[in-house]
Design a protein around this ligand. Sequence first.
Ligand code: DX5
Ligand code: ZN
Length: 216
Amino acid sequence: MKKPFVAPSVLAADFSRLDAAAAEIDASGAEWTHLDVMDGHFVPNLTFGPKMVKDLRPHSRSVFDVHLMVSNPGDLFGPFAQAGADYITFHAEAAVHIHRLLQAVRDLGKKPGISIVPSTPVSAIEEVLPVLDLVLVMTVNPGFGGQALIGECLEKVKKLVRIREELGLSFLISVDGGVNPSTAAKVREAGVDVMVAGEAFFKAQDKKALVALLKG
Ligand code: DX5
Ligand code: ZN
């Protein structure tokens, strides 16, 4: 079986030294960089906007995985596409016209993703699975790093793997929240393609070893 990609989340990095964080990610063997955008409304925390992503882009060779935890996500697709995002993921809970918004991301030449919080079932996004490139399954309630993984959410990953197989689709499945060396095995066993890791990555002394350990 193919090993999952690792996507360190810069939420856990020192925001005054994000160029150094990008260099650490590139040197670690992690393929993606996860960028958590929070608006203080959809989630009770604030992070950064498109300018930060644009400024970071030339410092990194990584795939840029932008996770929008915002209300009215459609307003930000253009700015984040221009800033250099590769994947643009928004929350099912923050949008009514999910199908239209996924198409809007694709029209900008970017890969569209949908995220679901722990209380949202897979059935909420089943109809749009054929038109997206990434499903980001939150395994914590979004807003903060360093929380414990909610194990029940991994059942949704298993369900998505089954549906993907049945329908012959090829979207990627990502797990976000509480991924660390103690939880990695069960996350991989659920069938994940991308493992987001914030604290586990930036607290690790040996980041290369951490990435290898997460990949299994
Ligand atoms: C939480 C964010 C996560 C966060 C994960 O709302 O979406 O991406 O950075 O952090 P850890 O890996 O520390 O749980
Ligand atoms: Zn995230």
